[in-house]
Design a protein around this ligand. Sequence first.
Ligand code: 13P
Length: 255
Amino acid sequence: MRKPVIAGNWKMNKTWAQSVLLVQSISNRTDDSWESVDVVVCPALCNIKAVQSVFDFDRAPIAIGAQNVHWEAEGAYTGEASIPMIKEIGATYCIVGHSERREMFGETDSMVNKKVHALIQAGMTPIMCVGESLSIRDEGTYVDYVSKQVSAGLAGLDASHVASCIIAYEPIWAIGTGRTATPEQAQEVCSAIRAQVAAEYGDQAAQSVRVLYGGSMKPANAEELIGQPDIDGGLIGGASLEAEDFCDLVKVAAR
Ligand code: 13P
């Protein structure tokens, strides 16, 4: 049995004070059922420390992720942050290859691959995002497209490391649009992702790797999506900015 994951990607939302208020509100709603889910919040880089202090004080069963990181440990990379930096302030997960970074900031499969390797080496968990645009979906080549992203992002890893990764399938046409993939559409691609991992790294890695769905997931549609055999949870944008919605999503995953 794979442990479900509910990860909130706050994107470029919430100031320091707003972040503290939000996580206090989330932390107050936790209960024993949260132990059966890996719950992660990914605030803006500058607010990770504040969030970590709240969770530490409350002993909340919630982990912290960064939304991006550089693969080099240090150096002349103006504006970037390194893995030792995010790790020291409390991050144990990191999103890589989000479609917004691929589209707006030129993140390529090869950069994604370097980040995944560096995170694994540091003992952190990458949440590697993949997903097709609307035009690729309409062309009908989306399974091939996403499988190639998976293959390129994980290239060169050992099977045991692949097993510890999280892959998030986020169709670009479903992100922030309110247009969720149907459970069948999401399952089709998540199962193809697992099949790709099986073909390259074997059944054990494929059965262990956790595959999430992301794209307008909310409490009202989460049950059916997470109920699919190859969907192990969600990477949530908008709904992760409301404590009640986010905690309701954890409840769905805990069932
Ligand atoms: P929304 O849940 O707002 O559609 O965002 C999904 C996402 O991009 C999470 O990384």
